[in-house]
Design a protein around this ligand. Structure first.
Ligand code: K7E
Ligand code: CUA
Length: 654
């Protein structure tokens, strides 16, 4: 982000002098003369704006960031934690994809079980397409306890605990075959919403595509969250059957719209492609109508009907049938302009902002008007499945002329909305009161989602905004044909105009959405305590091994190795087994010092653990290859880290 020209040398000197004053408290240290800073700026070709941006983002050693971003890792399948304003990556959390650094699903049974929670049709899936992270909320505000994420490709939903930044649970249901409106939480995290994207027969069976209209369906799943357990509760979850449109993003109502959920759809035409079969391609077939349908769901009403037993069970999930939802006031449609994408409820919950990819407006729906129309049963008709349709004009408060291709909207604390405009490649700041654009800032390039400080809660902070750009083109050094994405940090505190502060490459998948939370809301633990804790169950493992309890026992089900890890040795350090033995390693880190993490790798057996202080790990495998297999610690934990090793000796049986 090199700015156009270098400003006048005299202004340099003035600016540099100012910085010297700020940095040195007025006294000029040797070698930091004003002229030096000015020449530094000149030598690096930095403008005043550049230096101001640097001062607003630079975070000296030991200082912490004010906000944390939780960004989806897209088709990398994992979560990325980033500090703001420094834009330093702080953590990569294994979620839908095995992650060796975290020792996530490379042998550690607790995490293997978590990943297996998302098995589909009896098979493990080892990648995910993560789209939308949702921080847990209390009264519509982030509470910093959990984060939920959805996997579009495999219709999975995960729960990550922000105590230790570990994935606690993955759930899935074969009811649906993909999702996109996931994850979104209700204001007290009663439910986590997961809505299907591509219609298919509910439950995972086969039906010819010609039966699209009659048999293919969508569904909105409301996963019940048990906060005390920190787990989604399948038995108390339910789904609502939806017509075979392609349901897209979702958002939960809050305050004025509490009890409602909104999701939009594309393809109300119900096209399903068939270019080689004489039918229009899916993309053109799905773009015939001028309007698609905003889905308005009264989930409290749905909850009552579920309690009253009005459901059928499909793939183990309670499903409220479409005809019941349509007849009983659970589901309403409001037309929405061309190829809608984002749907974002305003902080006061009164309005719902929808962006249309092929439109030039954002449309602002009013929950007050929608409720009045539903209560008066004033409909303009029904869709082919009997869902009542409200009048477009009577449901909206107005539209804002934004630019071509508005997608997603977030908010600040001063009555502004910020909408990403994909085709025009800008972020538009507009007034919620007058529905008028007040400023636009170019994005490099093709901005998708955007995230603002607490920008989708009941009380946004303003301050910072990040544009999440799909293309980077010329922003970074060349790295071959596959480029990183580009996060652009924007300052919202500099008046009406948004100011670009920083570019950050994201080379870990395509992050679709992110949320930005005040860092001090997160109360993460330092170590696992008591020693021997299983981080997934949060209970002391029955196999926890303390110092002096180390032993090797041969039992009916194989060889059990009760091992401890502490700087800088594993005890035992020699493990003798016979080829074909089932080996059960039970390893406890008896460390209680902050950051004294050990790894545990066994080459050729695809095993790598991360054993943070106090953590217990269990690994079971069949020693089917005879030979000598060194095991060692994969974290440089101490001066004698290289000596933190041992041997697995697998003696041949013949
Ligand atoms: Cu616009 Cu999946 Cu939220 Cu990507 S979605 S950009
Ligand atoms: Cu323990 Cu290196």
């Amino acid at each position: 982000m090199q700015n156009q020209s270098v400003s006048h040398p005299a202004r340099f000197l003035a600016l540099a002098g100012l910085f010297t004053l700020a940095a040195c408290g007025g006294s000029q240290a040797p070698g930091t003369g004003g002229a030096d800073l000015a020449s530094l700026m000149q030598a690096r070709g930095l403008s005043e704006d550049d230096v101001t941006a640097a001062l607003k983002t630079y975070t000296p050693t030991g200082k912490h960031d004010e906000y944390l971003i939780f960004a989806s890792g897209g088709h990398g399948g994992n979560l990325i934690v980033i500090g703001v304003p420094s834009m330093r990556i702080l953590k990569y959390i294994g979620v839908f994809t095995p992650e060796p650094w975290q020792g996530y699903a490379y042998g550690d049974e607790a995490t293997e079980d978590v990943l297996d929670g998302g098995n589909r049709f009896g098979k493990r899936v080892e990648w995910g397409d993560m789209h939308h992270p949702a921080l847990s909320e209390t009264k519509g505000d982030y509470d910093g306890e959990f984060i939920f994420v959805g996997d579009k490709a495999n219709a999975r939903l995960a729960v990550v605990s922000l105590k230790d930044f570990m994935t606690r649970q993955i759930v899935t249901t074969e009811l649906i075959q993909s999702d996109h409106g996931a994850a979104f939480v209700t204001p007290n995290t009663e439910y986590v919403i997961e809505t299907s994207q591509y219609p298919a027969p509910l439950g995972g069976g086969y039906a010819p595509i010609e039966q699209f209209n009659d048999v293919y369906r969508g569904a909105a799943i409301f996963w019940r969250f048990d906060r005390a357990k920190g787990l989604l509760d399948r038995a108390n979850s339910f789904a609502i059957e939806l017509p075979p449109y392609m349901q897209d993003l979702a958002d939960s109502g809050k305050l004025a719209s509490d009890g409602w959920a909104f999701m939009n759809c594309l393809n109300s035409e119900r096209a399903y492609g068939g270019v080689l079969e004489g039918k229009p391609a899916l993309e053109s077939g799905a773009s015939q109508n001028d309007m698609d349908y905003l889905h308005c769901i009264n989930w409290r009403k749905a909850e009552e009907l579920v309690k009253a037993g009005r459901t059928k069970t499909i793939a183990g999930m309670k499903v409220l049938p479409l005809d019941v939802a349509a007849a009983e006031g659970v589901l309403y449609f409001v037309p929405e302009p061309k190829s809608p994408h984002g749907v974002d409820v305003t902080p006061d919950g009164k309005d719902i902002v929808v962006g249309g990819k092929l439109d030039t407006h954002t449309t602002v729906y009013s929950i007050e008007k929608i409720k009045a129309l539903t209560e008066a049963k004033k409909f303009i008709g029904k869709d082919p499945y009997g869902v009542p349709i409200l009048d477009f004009k009577e449901s909206i408060r107005g539209q804002c002329e934004i630019g071509l291709g508005p997608l997603h909207t977030v908010y600040d604390n001063a009555g502004h909305a910020y909408t990403s405009v994909f085709i025009e490649s800008v972020i538009a700041k507009w007034s919620l009161k007058d529905l008028k654009v007040v400023h636009k800032i170019p994005m490099h390039y093709n901005v998708g989602h955007l995230t603002a400080a607490e920008g989708d809660t009941v009380s946004p902070d303003g301050r910072f905004l990040v544009g999440m750009n799909k293309w980077a083109i010329d922003r970074f050094s060349k790295v071959g044909p596959l480029l990183p994405q580009n996060f652009q940090l924007i300052d919202l505190s500099a008046g009406t105009e948004m100011k670009l502060l920083y570019d950050m490459p994201i080379p870990l998948g395509e992050p679709h959405y992110a949320q930005m939370i005040k860092a001090d809301k997160i109360k993460a633990i330092d170590i696992y305590s008591p020693v021997g804790l299983n981080p997934i169950t949060h209970e002391k493992s029955p196999h926890a091994t303390l110092a002096k309890q180390e032993r090797i026992e041969r039992k009916d089900d194989g060889v059990h190795v009760y091992m401890t890890a502490v700087r800088s040795h594993f005890t035992p350090d020699i493990v003798r087994v016979k080829q074909g033995d089932k080996v059960h390693l039970h390893i406890t880190s008896v460390e209680q010092a902050y950051d004294a993490t050990h790894g545990f790798a066994v080459g050729s057996y695809n095993i790598n653990l991360s054993i943070e202080p106090g953590r217990h790990c269990d690994v079971s495998f069949v020693a089917d290859r005879a030979g000598v297999f060194p095991f060692y610690c994969t974290e440089f934990c101490s001066a004698l880290h290289l000596e933190m090793a041992g041997y697995l000796l697998v003696e041949p049986t013949k």
